[in-house]
Design a protein around this ligand. Sequence first.
Ligand SMILES: O=C(O)C(=O)Cc1ccccc1
Length: 295
Amino acid sequence: MKSIAVLPQGSVSHEALLHLLGGESVDLVHHKLISEVFLSTAGGTTDYSVIPIENTIEGSVSLHIDWLINEVNLPMQAEWIFPSIQNLIGHPQEFKGADGKTDYSKIVRILSHPVATAQCGQYIREHAPWAELEPTGSTSGAVEIVKDNPGKGWAAIGTTLGAATHGLEIVARRITDHNNNFTRFVLVGPEPVALARKSNGDKTSLLVTLPEDFPGALHQVLAAFSWRKLNLSRIESRPTKKKLGTYYFYIDVLEPIESVLLPGAIEEIKALGCQVRILGSYPTYTYEEEKAEVQ
Ligand SMILES: O=C(O)C(=O)Cc1ccccc1
């Protein structure tokens, strides 16, 4: 049985993984922090890590992409998307007013993963702009802290699974600023993944470093893809962290690495003097709403 490192029980990552697996049995190893998730697979304790890398509202989860680029050498082996449905969670009755409705003035602190908090910015500004916002390693980690601190006016933003895991109540449902809020996850690890579920295509993620003082280098890199009609689904720059103003380009190509034209494009880009690192070539799984078990 394969082992998979993932954020705590009831986190969005955990929900998303359960959906991807669709009942396939694996050994789940929960960690409080994403750094611990990465390191457990990098150190060989687990076979794969579940990493959220992009969100509809927040964009790239830069910290996680930077870990993939700089801290570990773990190829991406699968990608899938899953809705992030966030709720306000607290102790039963703690935020009830005399009229039975939620009395937001009782909320003094809201804890959650920063990506989840950012997804609910409008809701917080409208209902409890005074609340102190405390970042946690995961949404369910926030729910656990709230569980351990009753009567203090603390609430968490998290999933229904997170609330159920820790026996807390949903104070308000679906509080993200936009309903169509999805997160892209990757499974990273040394070996390819064999899932029973059928994939919906393949992707290759590349990290391209441009040579210095080469006017038009990015244009030429993109031309190598465009004249071969290789479809790109994402291009993003990340600082190299070595010198101010120098960037990597993170590029997703909608083809597997063994496709006819992609290796030639990579060779052409290398011939321009660029460095190319293959971050992974992997199946993608789209979200099929009718099969999902999200509340
Ligand atoms: O904190 C969690 O539950 C996570 O899995 C990280 C996260 C947070 C918000 C959106 C997607 C993933």
